[in-house]
Design a protein around this ligand. Structure first.
Ligand code: ASP
Length: 409
């Protein structure tokens, strides 16, 4: 996707005044985010938008009577293999030390088994590695060096996951933003302070962009990717892919894979490898998974809570909205902090009913969406949003706003 400077200047995040108003309880769901109303049917496969191109591979496995976890793997290994998806696998944006560390987990409904890996370097298909932990060990979770060693022993190839484009984007971040990082105090800390916004913050920000453009040129970032790289530095993308599936017999599985938050501290594990946070499947009820700010999701055990909500009778959409509200409640004292929280859930009930929900709708021209195929063809659908507007990248900085918005995953 190409960005011009003009696009960038013209496109802002929600104004802080309107955000404050929204967050005082006057929020409303995004107008055009109505979910599709189809009577549930099976099989169904649902995933984050970046899985769209691979959805048919997964649906094919389901309609051919294959295993639901195999179907899910067909979808999520697609972005893992794609060097241009910089939120997953090969080409994922690195941590603050310029090392790509991947997380993944999976659950297989029929056998009620689970597998997970966190902080894995040099192995691209960590979703398959999590499945291998599930199938070939008596454990559920392996991390870091041990997970990597296990992967090599099981025949996973050693691969350099850092593409030249990701390395240059990291360099742009390092040289222009290294004080704006994931070191504390974090958003949830009572010591956290917003930066000073006195003065002409917009001018300050525009100046910063101009400096970054020059730096990007010096680093050798190709002109057509320059503004996209700057956006990745200023508003590190959330991405990741989750996929859940149910077959005709009602068997279910789910899995999530990610390179985690860009520029994270080495060794940081997010929600994606945590069974119950990044992904959760209960063969009796349903399956759910998450993309977005892992720290927030871990604190509400998002995927598990959604499945439990459905067990108690909530619809997929109600179950997901309830969890988003729990995250919002964690910031009751500081509602303005919520603009830094990006979260989406992908939810599938055993009968084939499904929903996608998100914290922020995204801008009207690029509403947050997910991908699904329930036998009516693969398609994108808009997620139902708790708040209208766009989340911002971490950490806060005066005047922070978005480039022309890329479709969020
Ligand atoms: N949930 C992932 C993490 O926190 C990141 C993402 O979804 O973008 O690691």
């Amino acid at each position: 996707m190409k960005f011009s400077r003009r696009d960038f200047i013209a496109t802002t995040a929600i104004g802080s005044a309107s955000l404050a108003l929204d967050l005082q309880g006057q929020t409303k769901p995004a107008a055009s985010a109505a979910p599709s109303v189809h009577p549930p049917k099976k099989p169904v496969i649902i995933c984050a938008a970046n899985g769209y191109n691979y959805l048919e591979r997964g649906y094919g496995v389901l309609s051919g009577g294959g295993d639901t976890l195999d179907a899910v793997m067909q979808v999520i290994t697609g972005p893992e293999d794609d060097p241009n998806d910089d939120s997953v696998g090969l080409g994922g944006l690195p941590n603050e030390d310029c090392v790509v560390e991947l997380d993944a987990c999976c659950m297989h409904g029929p056998t009620r088994m689970a597998g997970s890996v966190a902080g894995v370097r040099d192995i691209k298909n960590v979703s398959l590695l999590a499945k291998t932990v599930m199938e070939h060990t008596g454990h559920v979770m392996l991390v870091g060096e041990g997970a990597q060693k296990f992967g090599f022993m099981m025949g996973f190839p050693k691969e350099n996951l850092l593409t030249e484009r990701s390395r240059k984007t990291w360099q742009l971040w390092r040289e222009s933003m290294s004080n704006d990082d994931w070191w504390g105090p974090g958003l949830a800390s009572p010591k956290f302070k917003f930066p000073d916004t006195a003065g002409n913050v917009s001018e300050y920000y525009d100046e910063r962009i101009k400096r970054m453009e020059k730096l990007a040129e010096r680093i050798g970032i190709e002109p057509e990717f320059r503004m996209a790289a700057i956006e990745r530095v200023l508003n590190p993308p959330s991405g990741t892919i989750h996929c859940s599936a149910v077959n005709e017999k009602g068997e279910m599985s789910g899995a999530t894979t990610t390179s985690g938050l860009a520029w994270k501290l080495a060794g940081r594990a997010g929600d994606s490898p945590i069974i119950g946070a990044g992904s959760y499947t209960d063969q009796d009820v349903g399956s759910a998974g998450a993309t977005g700010n892992g720290e927030e999701n871990i604190k509400v055990c998002g995927a598990h809570t959604i499945v439990e909500n459905m067990r108690r009778g909530m619809s997929p959409q109600e179950a997901g909205m309830d969890v988003l509200k729990r995250i919002a409640r964690n910031y009751e004292g500081h509602p303005e902090k919520l603009q830094y929280v990006d979260m989406s859930y992908y939810i599938l009930r055993k009968d084939g009913a499904y929903a996608g929900v998100c914290m922020w709708s995204g801008p009207p021209e690029h509403l947050r969406r997910f991908a699904v195929n329930d036998g009516n063809g693969k398609r994108y659908e808009n997620a139902v949003a708790l708040y209208q507007g766009q989340s911002l990248g971490w950490p806060p900085m005066p005047g922070r706003k978005h480039l022309a918005p890329e479709q969020k995953k």
